[in-house]
Design a protein around this ligand. Structure first.
Ligand SMILES: *[C@@H]1O[C@H](CO)[C@@H](O)[C@H](O)[C@H]1NC(C)=O
Ligand SMILES: *[C@@H]1O[C@H](CO)[C@@H](O)[C@H](O)[C@H]1NC(C)=O
Ligand SMILES: *[C@@H]1O[C@H](CO)[C@@H](O)[C@H](O)[C@H]1NC(C)=O
Length: 221
């Protein structure tokens, strides 16, 4: 069972399809498999804040989890490249020939706090056998626009409102200030998150990325 229930403002953000400029020659598929889209997907933020709008999500080293990463936006962390397969996000790297390969860490949610019935989850990447024990396979893409941009969602029970919130990080500031991405769910009323903004997460899918012809971010091994 999945639901597309969203805050009205978030639905606007998620499907508002801010034009994505790309120097990479994408070929958009006519139909999207909502749980499957290979290639180096870059996830970007849809936000009302010009500082964070359109920024690509990055993997920020999680000092508490070996081989683990937080997801957020900062001045220097590598851009997250994702292989989306079987409803799971797998982080990717590039070799010296710009060929993509799965790096190992996969996307997961981890409960951070519960405030007035709103659950807030850290969005992270890690070797699933370390955390959370198995690969989380509950992600999907929906609501595509003409340029091949789709919103990223996580499956929830019916009548559960869900979305993403981006917060000024209050921990692990040594490498510099950063914004941390969280996911939230609630049934009734959203909690008020100070120092945070509701955001959409989206990605532009393509049938083909011609590696080597353009820079698409990520780790270079
Ligand atoms: C999407 O891909 C998965 C994995 O290959 C497959 O099992 C499923 O049938 C596909 N769904 C559609 C609608 O093509
Ligand atoms: C995850 O860690 C385990 C234990 O160290 C290792 O055997 C496995 O190959 C790793 N998986 C990936 C995808 O890197
Ligand atoms: C939680 O609910 C109480 C009572 O409605 C309210 O006073 C308080 O501000 C709420 N806290 C947050 C963080 O939303």
């Amino acid at each position: 069972m999945r639901t597309l229930t969203l805050l009205p403002s978030l639905a606007l953000l998620a499907t508002g399809a801010l034009a994505q400029s790309s120097t990479c020659p994408f070929n958009y598929p006519a139909e999207l498999n909502s749980t499957q889209s290979h290639n180096g997907l870059v996830l970007t933020l849809a936000s009302n804040n010009p500082v964070t709008n359109n920024r690509a999500l990055q993997l920020r080293v999680n000092p508490f989890l070996e081989g683990g990463f937080f997801v957020g936006v900062d001045a220097s962390s590598p851009v997250l490249l994702a292989n989306f397969e079987d409803a799971a996000f797998k982080s990717e790297a590039r070799n010296e020939f710009n060929q993509l390969y799965d790096l190992g860490p996969t996307g997961y949610l981890n409960l951070r706090d519960e405030i007035n019935g709103t659950s807030r989850y850290t969005v992270g990447f890690a070797n699933a056998s370390t955390w959370p024990g198995e690969v989380e396979k509950e992600w999907y893409l929906a609501g595509g626009s003409e340029d091949g941009t789709y919103a990223v969602y996580h499956q929830e029970p019916l009548n559960t409102v869900h979305g993403f919130v981006l917060c000024q990080a209050d921990h692990d500031l040594d490498p510099g200030p950063w914004y941390q991405l969280f996911y939230y769910t609630y049934a009734q009323t959203p909690a008020d998150f100070p120092e945070c903004e509701f955001v959409g997460v989206r990605t532009t899918v393509g049938a083909t990325i011609y590696n080597g012809e353009c820079s698409i971010g990520g780790f270079v091994a």
